[in-house]
Design a protein around this ligand. Structure first.
Ligand code: ADP
Ligand code: MG
Length: 285
């Protein structure tokens, strides 16, 4: 059985994954809300507004993709949701908590148990071995006893197919392996929310598809995922993909990728649907 964490979060998994007609979502289903988020960076050329008023709601159990050109503000927006950086204006609510008001210390503590973060550039600690990197959030999280931690970390590394690298330093393994270790670290405390910035960007397409499958299984188990991706194949498999352009979200229902017809529900010609899907994917790539 797949559930490595030995728990069952399916009570929180959303009906929004089903193909049935959408029922109105009560607000207590909402997990993440950005309200009027602006982010200004100070640069030598003067202030630069990287996010220009982002409003976004994500429900429990959703798997949301984020796409957009390089420099459009994807990582900046992700950093607002993880609390790695602070908005210049606006509010970030996660699970009913206004995290934009947290001190840095409180934020780090809160993130440690509530959110797994996969950074675009891994950010593994270079002086710790692979397994120590994965155990570090466990040491802060207090979810597992010290005796359990090594075994849990090895399980997660095995899931990412890098358990044989456990005692190496990050510099001794490939970029793709480092990326998988970074994903393992994000899953260390079995967080209900995972936010991943291009988590498959350094993986070959087969490994990327395996990691994506794993993410989907975790979503089926009740986790909520937000994933920045450049990969149209992966984005095309998600029921919700948001596009960011020059620091603003595009209107979701105007995206061609949203119109992809899901698997046939009424015996319609699925070959035809595949053709439409392929044509639409070409249109957006
Ligand atoms: N720390 C920073 N200081 C100044 N400008 C920044 C900083 N981080 C990002 N930017 C700028 O903000 C814009 C959005 O960046 P980013 O969120 O990294 O985009 P993306 O992840 O979509 O490629 C870019 O123009 C980038 O140059
Ligand atoms: Mg980025």
């Amino acid at each position: 059985m797949f559930n490595i964490f030995g728990n069952n979060q399916s009570s929180t998994s959303g009906q929004q994954n089903s193909n049935n007609a959408p029922a109105p979502q009560p607000d207590d289903n909402m997990l993440i809300e950005l309200k009027g988020i602006q982010k200004e960076y100070k640069t030598d050329a003067g202030p630069f507004l990287a996010l220009k008023g982002i409003d976004l709601k994500i429900n429990k159990g959703e798997f949301v993709g984020v796409i957009g050109k390089s420099g459009s503000g994807k990582s900046t927006m992700i950093n607002m949701i993880t609390g790695i950086d602070r908005p210049t204006a606006g509010e970030v609510w996660v699970n009913g908590t206004p995290i934009h008001k947290f001190s840095e210390n409180k934020m780090a503590k809160w993130r440690g148990t509530n959110m797994g973060v996969v950074f675009q550039f891994f950010q593994l600690l270079p002086t710790l071995t692979v397994i120590e990197n994965v155990m570090l959030p466990m040491d802060f999280g207090n979810k597992y006893s010290p005796r359990e931690r090594r075994e849990k970390a090895l399980d997660i590394l095995a899931l990412m197919d890098v358990e044989t690298q456990a005692d190496k330093l990050p510099t001794m393994i490939s970029g793709g392996q480092q990326q998988r270790v970074a994903i393992a670290r994000a899953l260390a405390n079995d967080p209900p929310i995972v936010v991943a910035d291009e988590p498959t960007g350094n993986l070959d397409s087969k490994t990327a598809a395996q990691v994506f499958d794993l993410f989907q299984k975790l979503v089926e188990q009740g986790k909520t995922f937000l994933m920045v991706t450049h990969d149209d194949d992966l984005a095309g498999q998600l029921s919700r993909v948001i596009t960011i352009t020059d620091g603003q979200l595009d209107k979701e229902d105007h995206r061609p990728i949203q119109k992809i017809v899901p698997h046939s529900q009424n015996g319609a010609d699925t070959d035809k649907e595949e053709e439409i899907k392929e044509a639409q994917l070409e249109e957006v790539s």
